[in-house]
Design a protein around this ligand. Structure first.
Ligand SMILES: [Zn+2]
Length: 329
């Protein structure tokens, strides 16, 4: 998805606010130092008048060396830093304060978008996608501590515990290991619930997580392919796309979409590209492994078996059981 002009303005306004905040903070620090560090203001004033003299000298075209003046300015500047240190302040206390030292909070460095700008674009796109996905509500309700075992028994309980442990270790090792998960099993056995629990934990840790139902994902990929052609024809530089570049992509309900050659090749490309970038994916599906292989070709199936940890879920439909519980309580 691409951001609108208004979205880009939001980001640029954010930079403006950052620069204003830091200018205010710098003024506050300067006022503090002027009234609390004796001699500092005088040194600053002396440097200012010497700088004027230095500039005049440079402009006059005089042959006399400017060396003594610049030497003097350097000595006074060192003295200022020493005064700050004596007052227990860091010697860069009055330097400009930037959140991003590479672009000085302008968003651009050497005429191109800074990495911090691209990061802001990505977060804005992700928050737009979250608003569209309708997952916000289920994230509020999710949480590993709220996941109950009471709806499972026997083999179903074993499967559930195994899947929950794999989910917990996915979260625990997310920073160090590249991993993917595939939850499969019949309807209502807790697959989406465990995906939501993982998403919640990782979002809390500040990771970029994107959630899509497969139907919405296919729409987005189709739009994306169209945008890409459009961009190529206009010779534009594309920015990062959360579907391909977010740290985690959750694809819910694989198998509910209309399957055709476009959806299959889009899915293959997506899985492949994310694997090359070592960007994790979680897939949940109501299909059995046999159905998955039959529907999505060996090419996709071998990517899944090679790169995904399989989590089998089974048992009664917990959503119905949960509703029933709520009715009788
Ligand atoms: Zn920057």
């Amino acid at each position: 998805m691409s951001l609108s002009r208004a979205d880009v303005d939001i980001i640029l306004r954010g930079y403006e606010e950052d620069r204003m905040d830091s200018a205010r903070e710098q003024d506050r620090r300067k006022a503090y130092v002027y009234s609390n560090v004796p001699g500092y203001r005088e040194l600053s004033e002396e440097i200012a008048s010497l700088s004027v003299a230095y500039a005049r000298h440079a402009l006059s075209g005089s042959d006399a060396p400017a060396e003594p003046v610049s030497e003097r300015i350097r000595a006074l500047s060192a003295k200022k830093k020493a005064l700050l240190s004596e007052a227990g302040l860091p010697d860069d206390y009055l330097d400009p304060i930037y959140k991003c030292g590479d672009c000085h909070d302008t968003g651009y460095s050497n005429g191109v978008k800074c990495h911090c700008f691209k990061k802001k674009e990505m977060s804005l796109q992700i928050s737009r996608l979250f608003d569209q996905s309708g997952i916000k509500q289920s994230l509020e309700e999710a949480g590993f501590d709220m996941v109950s075992e009471k709806y499972y028994s026997g083999d179903d309980l074993e499967n559930f515990r195994d899947s929950k442990n794999k989910s917990l270790s996915f979260v625990k090792n997310f920073n160090s290991d590249y991993q993917n998960l595939l939850f499969y099993g019949t309807v209502g056995t807790g697959k989406s619930l465990l995906s939501s629990c993982i998403a919640k934990e990782l979002i809390k840790e500040g990771h970029s997580v994107v959630y899509f139902s497969t139907i919405a994902l296919m729409d987005e990929l189709a739009r994306n392919a169209f945008d890409k052609n459009d961009r190529n024809s206009r010779d534009c530089v594309s920015s990062d796309n959360p579907i391909f570049d977010s740290e985690l992509l959750i694809i819910d309900d694989l198998g509910t979409e209309l399957t055709n050659s476009f959806t299959i090749s889009s899915l293959f490309n997506l899985i492949n590209e994310r694997a090359l970038k070592k960007r994790s994916v979680i897939i949940s599906t109501n299909l059995s492994l046999e159905e998955l292989r039959d529907r999505y070709t060996d090419r996709i199936f071998s990517r899944l078996t090679g790169g995904y940890t399989f989590c089998r879920m089974s048992g009664p439909d917990i959503r119905i059981a949960h509703k029933f519980d709520n009715q009788i309580s």
